[in-house]
Design a binder for this molecule. Structure first.
Ligand SMILES: [Zn+2]
Ligand SMILES: [Zn+2]
Length: 207
């Protein structure tokens, strides 16, 4: 058993008024502040940013079934051009919170200890939606976020952002000439540099 749920947390909801009567339901909409770590390293909801929740809490035989939608703005970085990006994310979730004494009945169907560990429970008539919200948002995040679907990314030659400069290109022939000139140029530089360097190197030794 973890620490007791805090009924003042915006993601903790009281189920008492459902009265354990299957079929009884309660709908609510709420705007909450995003908890920390709502996302991954690439993209996520900044801590404290508003998350709009539409919730439906329904009493069923073994507990309370919570169905909901979360809407929030996620911020991150485009994987192609590395520019900051912002997207509206919508994540759906549904989770059963079992009554504390419902385990005896659940074990009849499957006595897996692992299954039981995954089961969320109602504690003191309260349900904590934070882990549910986190899982739903992380699942809904784009794996490869892009600033726009057709983001051309960065130039493989020089790293310029192609969206800023659509006509950007490097002439393959020019590149080869430039490379050749550089080679020739460095040879010449070496020859010209070598002589004075030899003289220059000797002089200090004689002094
Ligand atoms: Zn981009
Ligand atoms: Zn380039």
């Amino acid at each position: 058993m973890g620490p007791r749920l805090d009924h003042r947390s915006p993601l903790v909801y009281d189920t008492r008024e459902l009265g354990r009567r299957p079929g009884t339901l309660k709908r609510l909409s709420r705007s909450v502040e995003a908890p920390a770590d709502l996302g991954n390293e690439v993209i996520g909801v900044p801590e404290g940013a508003p998350v709009e929740l539409d919730l439906r809490l329904e009493a069923v035989m073994d507990g309370v079934l919570v169905t909901g939608t979360a809407r929030a703005t996620v911020t991150g970085e485009c994987v192609r051009c590395l520019e900051p990006l912002e997207q509206v994310l919508e994540a759906d979730f549904q989770e059963l919170f079992a009554y504390p004494d419902a385990d005896a009945r659940t074990t009849e169907s499957g006595d897996d200890a692992e299954d039981e560990e995954d089961t969320l429970h109602i504690e003191d008539d309260l349900v904590d939606l934070e882990p549910v919200l986190r899982d739903a948002v992380v699942l809904a995040l784009p794996l490869q976020p892009v600033c726009r679907e057709d983001c051309p990314g960065l130039c493989s030659e020089c790293g310029a952002r192609l969206a800023d400069d659509p006509d950007h290109h490097h002439d393959a022939v020019d590149m080869r000439w430039a490379a050749l000139k550089e080679l020739v140029g460095s040879d010449q530089d070496d020859e010209m540099d070598n002589e004075p360097r030899r003289d220059g190197g000797d002089e200090p030794q004689e002094k």
